[in-house]
Design a protein around this ligand. Structure first.
Ligand SMILES: Cc1cc2nc3c(=O)[nH]c(=O)nc-3n(C[C@H](O)[C@H](O)[C@H](O)COP(=O)(O)OP(=O)(O)OC[C@H]3O[C@@H](n4cnc5c(N)ncnc54)[C@H](O)[C@@H]3O)c2cc1C
Length: 404
């Protein structure tokens, strides 16, 4: 059986390992366009301030060429399901019996004047991280455009190098996908105490440049911020352009069933390039989460191996991280204006907790500071567990834990 996998990150390697373990007859070709794939993408900010070196962020088990698996450092430029073949940028082709698309997502580039100036970078892969690290030599002022999780993680790393750092976020607060207003306020305060400047409710309108070199950013509010280095961290877009003529159904991202098969037989997809069905909001949305990519890659790998598997319930919002020294775990719905939901909050010193219920079901939670046992509760959200009369006891248990 001939397998082809497009992409060399977590969705691709998870599927690869499942197929290798289950199909001794498999001949697997992996097409990955990064010179050095197979690393923990979320850790690239730590390369900027040298708090980690490249070796620290590589997958512990690096996939290598062997008699059954062959890696191509190349780019897939098209899929022809009729001929069961993919085309590569190098001019060659690969034939498949089963194909996995796991090409992830790329940085979204805001459509503003000056984005092509020197000193302006996108940052989503190792190559870009190493370029930014080099550009940081002699840099005094840096601006990060986009204050979601990846932008704030980059901002923290840049700040640690000693530059003056400003984050610009167009929404009313930073970290909109992992925090509510109160949590974001607490984390912003921490970051500002550490010397970061944050402009929320404002957006970059122009990159200012002299002789092609960026010198600053002009904001919608009219303010200008000096900068020798500007990072564009304004969201991601799924890498689906190369599928334009493939006949594979795409909405905002690739559509699959719960076996991770696309609308085309024997073509599977996993990871950031797939639109997931969010278990809480009940809608198909794009999610850019590592854990979801693992679940999807594993499910695709089993089905491609001939072992039926369904992807488990997924959430488009589920994160465990640390910002400004404060641990945070959040999942599910974080913002609710509707009186349909019951919202409970509790704060004790640096600790803050928020629980959102739909009737007797926990549908959203934020644990800031003390995150103990948070993982257990995320399962209640993911699996839409009906708590019945146990609901009030659970609220008491979670909130009172802040006091002992
Ligand atoms: C700074 C940062 C912090 C993050 N923090 C978190 C976090 O805290 N929690 C979390 O859950 N997630 C986080 N993420 C997101 C997480 O890294 C992604 O969800 C995850 O990497 C998606 O994996 P993937 O395998 O789908 O795709 P990707 O990791 O995007 O990899 C896709 C690979 O395919 C390659 N490729 C693309 N097109 C082609 C082509 N045509 N041919 C060949 N190869 C191709 C790409 O170059 C890339 O190597 C973070 C991401 C970043 C950048």
């Amino acid at each position: 059986m001939r397998y082809v996998i497009v992409g060399g990150s977590i969705a691709a390697t998870t599927a690869l390992n499942v197929i290798r373990a289950n199909r001794p007859d498999a001949e697997i070709q992996v097409v990955a366009d990064e010179a050095m794939p197979f690393y923990y993408r979320a850790l690239i900010p730590f390369l900027l301030d040298n708090s980690r070196i490249v070796d620290d962020i590589l997958f512990t088990e690096q996939p290598t060429n062997d008699e059954r698996v062959h890696f191509h450092h190349d780019q897939c430029i098209g899929v022809d399901p009729g001929k069961k073949m993919i085309g590569l940028a190098s001019g060659t082709t690969c034939s498949y019996d089963k194909l996995l698309l796991a090409a992830g997502s790329s940085s979204r580039i805001p459509d503003i004047p000056g984005v092509a100036s020197q000193g302006v970078f996108t940052l989503r892969n190792m190559d870009e991280a190493l370029k930014v690290r080099e550009a940081l030599q002699g840099c005094r002022n840096a601006v990060v455009i986009g204050g979601a999780l990846a932008g704030v993680k980059m901002a923290e790393a840049l700040k640690r190098t000693g530059v003056h750092l400003t984050v610009v976020e167009q929404r009313s607060h930073i970290l909109p996908f992992i925090a509510d207003t109160e949590t974001a306020r607490r984390m912003s305060n921490k970051l500002c105490e550490q010397g970061m400047e944050i402009h929320s409710n404002d957006s970059a309108k122009e990159i200012l440049a002299t002789d092609g070199q960026a010198t600053g950013v002009r904001l919608a509010s009219g303010k200008t911020i000096s900068a020798d280095l500007i990072l564009l961290m304004a969201g991601v877009r799924p890498n689906v352009e190369f599928l334009a003529d493939s006949g594979i159904d795409i909405d905002q991202a690739v559509l699959t069933d719960r076996e991770m098969q696309t609308s085309v037989v024997d073509v599977y997809a996993a990871g950031d390039m797939v639109q997931i069905h969010d278990a809480v909001i009940g809608k198909d949305v794009v999610s850019a989460l590592w854990g979801n990519a693992v679940h999807m890659g594993r499910t695709a790998g089993f089905n491609m191996s001939g072992i039926k598997a369904l992807v488990p319930p997924l959430l488009s919002s589920f994160n465990s991280t640390e910002i400004g020294g404060l641990p945070i775990i959040s999942a599910g719905l974080l913002h609710t204006d509707s009186s349909h939901y019951a919202v409970y909050t509790e704060a004790q010193g640096e600790n803050y907790r928020k629980l959102i219920f739909d009737q007797d079901r926990l549908v959203g939670m934020i644990f800031l500071g003390d995150v103990s046992r948070a993982g257990v509760y995320t399962n209640l959200i993911r699996n839409r567990i009906s708590l019945g009369e146990r609901k009030d006891a659970l609220v008491r248990e979670i909130m009172s834990a802040l006091y002992y």
